[in-house]
Design a protein around this ligand. Structure first.
Ligand code: MTE
Ligand code: MO
Length: 378
């Protein structure tokens, strides 16, 4: 996959893991544009990048559908069969900001799963394709008992001496709500190889893991997928279960992304010389709605300032909003800036990082107020 990293990614990506390739863009660049440049969009891979020839590619729609079908790319793109749809959607890896949890607790140390992401495992694109709802309709609709949709990716990965395909699932209601897209374009260009060429799913509001790259089969099934990525990764446990008793069957699958945000400039531990104002910039996102209010603090969260609403970028239903504010700052020395966001359901972020409260061995969804320390010289 290194060849594709060189062809399809900016040269200054932060390589979080070399193989499988996992990378995120530099912090300041990510918040320059609402729509992330394809070259700067983070990459999260469990295995290698499969080489698929678009002319040979087919998609099987199988399992509990009334008329199972195999579609070619031509058929999928035939506008007389399926209306084409473009949607601006943010993809966020549930591992975003994991470095803050690792600082508290190292997890099980499996780097393949616990990749040390910063605040850049998130990106926004205009994805073009067809709504999965229409494709299921074309297959005669779901048969009795269909509750989940399983997505099969053509890549393979190794874990504990075994080889697996990348397979995940989402509840059927997600497709019924028109929140699953089968996408072949990213910002008006064919999907880059590293992002799932020729076709991937884009699942709005869910953790990035459900947006299956290199898609070749969709299977309607009666229960969540038994595949290891669905069953054994991306699981959340309640505190009461305790680490010793945590088995995959008594955790719950992480699907929706919580509301979260990050300060992307200035970066942690920088020194800033200023005249009483420091500009902060960052992103804010919620998987079950959209950000309506962003608040920042220069004193670790005692006094909060609201980011003026007009300093938030345009509202999309399924995407982040970037924000910026000129913070009045008199103090000199080390300051702790932090940010918290409220979404349209008035959800906001926990105050502190949660790994220490033993919920989450794989260190997912770091959604606490994001904090950066800066040295102020006024
Ligand atoms: N799909 C396949 N087939 N293989 C993968 O390893 N990684 C998932 C998801 N889809 C993955 C996949 C995860 S965990 C995330 S966060 C997103 O892809 C990342 O998408 P991107 O690499 O296009 O940014
Ligand atoms: Mo992810």
């Amino acid at each position: 996959s290194w060849e594709y990293v060189q062809q399809e990614k900016s040269p200054d990506m932060i390589h979080v893991l070399q193989f499988p390739y996992n990378g995120e863009p530099p912090r300041d660049r990510l918040v320059e544009t609402e729509i992330t440049n394809n070259l700067d969009h983070f990459v999260r891979n469990h295995g290698g990048v499969p080489e698929i020839n678009a002319d040979d590619w087919t998609l099987d729609i199988t399992g509990l559908v009334n008329n199972p079908k195999t579609l070619t790319l031509k058929e999928l793109q035939d506008e007389s069969l399926f209306p084409r749809k473009s949607v601006v959607v943010t993809l966020q890896c549930s591992g975003t900001r994991r470095i803050e949890q690792i600082e508290q607790y190292p997890g099980d140390g499996d780097e393949l799963i616990n990749a040390p992401w910063g605040e850049g495992a998130i990106g926004t694109a205009r994805w073009t394709g067809v709504s999965l709802k229409k494709v299921i309709k074309y297959c005669g609709g779901l048969a009795e008992g269909a509750k989940h949709l399983e997505f099969y990716g053509a890549d393979t990965y190794f874990k504990k001496g075994q080889v697996y395909n990348y397979v995940v699932s989402v509840p059927v209601r997600k497709a019924k709500a028109n929140e699953v897209l089968l996408a072949w374009e990213m910002n008006g260009k064919p999907l880059p190889r590293i992002h799932g060429f020729p076709v991937r799913t884009i699942v709005f509001g869910y953790i990035g893991a459900r947006s299956c790259k290199w898609l070749y089969q969709i299977k309607a099934i009666s229960a969540p997928s038994m595949a290891p990525v669905q069953m054994k990764e991306y699981i959340y446990y309640t505190t009461q279960i305790g680490k010793q008793n945590a088995t995959y069957s008594n955790g719950c699958s992480i699907q929706k992304m919580p509301v979260s945000s990050a300060i992307m400039t200035p970066v942690n531990k920088s020194q800033i010389i200023h005249d009483g104002k420091i500009k902060l910039r960052g992103w804010a996102y919620s998987g079950s709605g959209w950000p309506v209010r962003v608040e920042v603090s220069a004193d670790g969260g005692s006094v909060w300032y609201e980011v003026p609403y007009e300093n938030l970028t345009k509202k999309y239903f399924h995407a982040w909003r970037l924000w910026e504010i000129d913070m009045p700052v008199d103090a000199e020395g080390w300051l702790e800036f932090c940010v918290r966001t409220w979404d349209d359901a008035q959800n906001t972020q926990p105050t502190y990082v949660r790994s220490a409260c033993a919920r989450n061995w794989d260190l997912h969804v770091t959604s606490s107020c994001h904090r950066v320390k800066i040295y102020s010289i006024n």
